[in-house]
Design a protein around this ligand. Structure first.
Ligand code: NOJ
Ligand code: CA
Length: 513
């Protein structure tokens, strides 16, 4: 695993909405370059850039039409290369978004694959052998070409599934992972990775990484496929960093990924902490951390520290965290995020508490996700400093509220979320125990109870983290001394007779032995 992941803190950039420099209303590579110093000053040292490739934009670029060419609206391949160089000049790293599971219907591979005559791309996608047969358990495209067959789709109907084979083929048209078609798809994927890694990108965030091999319930086939990719990377690009959108760290890390995202499905996920009806970090104090901890511990043990389990503040697919947590509650969420193991991911604008914009029409397949993808709010200028284009040309409308947070107003207020996030990042970066690979032991994570306490450690350093987002004072049994306080927010905690008393809405970190 590349050394820089030990203290990596990622910033996710949705390129359309970050910074527009040519006044067409859409963000661009030059805009990102302009704002690299902002990201660096916040303390993030790595970037995940959402897809920026040629696309009909039926799913905001997750429907790729040319994997090796940038979409002109963001700039040229040379501009992207310049972005890589500017990132590296600042001792930062950047991951591109790799979408291996599907292409857009516009991709030349798909156009060839739709032809009734056999050709190089006939087996590049998952097709049944008759238009009257739909692939079981998957959506499909039917009747759109003269090829007699239905083509499986991986997500939206405009995203045909690339063919990596079936775990256990049962029907004549289902190919095995070792058949020539699926093998050629894997080789094509390696070529795409080679292309960008040679140009200077530092690795990939992999879209729907667990979706490749079909009818592969427990992920064994897909894990094996990624092990093959790992072998290729070890050989040709040993430093390339890989993070999967999979949310099954056991499979993903066994497949050779360095990092896996905890995503937002089900009651056992951080959804519960940040986005459920009763998030743990809300001051109402009706949340429950215990389920999250149980699931986290199981994954942590099962992955035997083979890689990192990463928690994002949000992403382009889910509600903005500020839709569910308000004011200082957000500081608690970040105090948690920035003291957990794994590399934290901050979604652009979450560091200033950007809100979910309600009531927007869908843009480029965003649907309910559109409200989390609105333009970054930089300052008091035209269009909040995002773009000089006319309002009607903006990619997505801005948050129009008069009290919307901006980088400018948050920087001017030392008690803002922005400054808190910056302080928390600085603290993490000063203490290896708080970084990606520091161990974690849960000290207090009881059902329906507050606070939440855990110990992080690396070498001789041990740091006790105590978080009480609730609006009531509380206490828990704990023998650690609070003598060496590293950082505190809210009221003062105290320790006596094996008990730590924790004021309402406070958090603190202590060096302990
Ligand atoms: C997950 C991506 O994050 C999402 O935005 C996209 O729509 C789907 N995968 C399909 O690629
Ligand atoms: Ca632009």
């Amino acid at each position: 695993m590349a050394k820089w992941l030990d203290n990596a803190i990622f910033y996710e950039i949705y390129p359309q909405s970050f910074k527009d420099t040519n006044s067409d209303g859409i963000g661009d590579f030059n805009g990102i370059i302009e704002k690299l110093d902002y990201i660096k000053e916040l303390g993030c040292n790595a970037i995940w850039l959402n897809p920026c490739f040629e696309s009909p934009f039926g799913d905001a670029g997750y429907d790729v039409a040319d994997y090796c060419k940038t979409a002109p609206r963001y700039g040229t391949n040379d501009d992207l290369k310049r972005l890589f160089d500017e990132v590296h000049k600042r001792e930062m790293h950047i991951l591109l978004d790799l979408v291996p599971g599907h292409t857009s219907v516009e991709h030349p591979w798909f156009k060839e694959s739709m032809k009734p005559e056999r050709n190089e791309f006939t087996d590049r996608y998952v097709w049944t052998s008759s238009i009257w047969e739909a692939p079981e358990g998957m959506g499909s495209l039917r009747g759109i070409s003269d090829r007699d067959g239905s083509c499986a789709v991986n997500f939206f109907s405009n995203q045909p599934s690339l063919n990596y084979g079936f775990y256990k083929p049962e029907l004549p048209w289902q190919q095995s992972m070792d058949d020539p078609g699926p093998k050629a798809t894997v080789e094509a994927l390696k070529d795409i990775m080679r292309f960008w890694l040679k140009m200077g990108c530092d690795g990939f965030r992999v879209d729907m990484a667990g979706s490749l091999v079909k009818h592969d319930e427990d992920g064994k086939g897909t894990t094996k496929l990624w092990q093959g990719i790992r072998a290729f990377l070890d050989e040709e690009f040993p430093d390339a960093a890989m993070v999967s959108e999979w949310s099954q760290p056991k499979n993903s890390l066994a497949g050779g990924f360095h990092m896996d995202f905890i995503l937002f499905f089900g009651p056992d996920h951080p959804n519960n902490l940040f986005r459920s009806p009763e998030p743990f970090f809300a001051s109402r104090g009706k949340g429950d951390i215990s389920k999250f901890v149980e699931k986290y511990k199981a994954d942590y043990e099962a992955t035997a520290r083979n890689g990192l389990i990463c928690i994002p503040s949000g992403n382009h697919d889910v509600d903005r965290i500020a839709r569910h947590l308000h004011g200082d509650e957000l500081k608690f969420a970040f105090a948690f995020l920035l003291t957990m193991p794994g590399a934290p991911f901050i979604y652009y604008g979450d560091e200033i508490g950007m809100r979910y914009v309600e009531g927007l029409d869908s843009v480029e397949g965003g649907y309910n996700r559109t409200g989390s993808r609105s333009p970054m709010q930089w300052d008091d200028g035209v269009n909040a400093g995002f773009s000089c284009a006319g309002k009607e040309k903006l990619y997505i409308p801005l948050d129009e509220s008069t009290d919307r947070p901006t980088v400018q107003n948050q920087m001017a207020d030392s008690s803002s979320l922005y400054h808190e996030v910056k302080r928390l990042i600085a603290l993490r970066q000063a203490h290896p125990a708080l970084q990606s690979k520091g161990e974690i032991d849960f000290i207090y994570a009881e059902k329906n109870a507050y606070p939440f306490a855990y110990l992080r450690s690396a070498g001789n350093e041990k740091i006790l983290v105590i978080l009480n987002p609730s609006d009531r004072d509380t206490a828990f049994d704990c023998d650690y001394s609070l003598e060496n306080e590293l950082y505190a927010f809210g009221g003062k905690m105290s320790a006596a007779e094996g008990k730590i008393t924790v004021p309402a809405q406070s958090y603190a970190f202590y060096q302990v032995s």
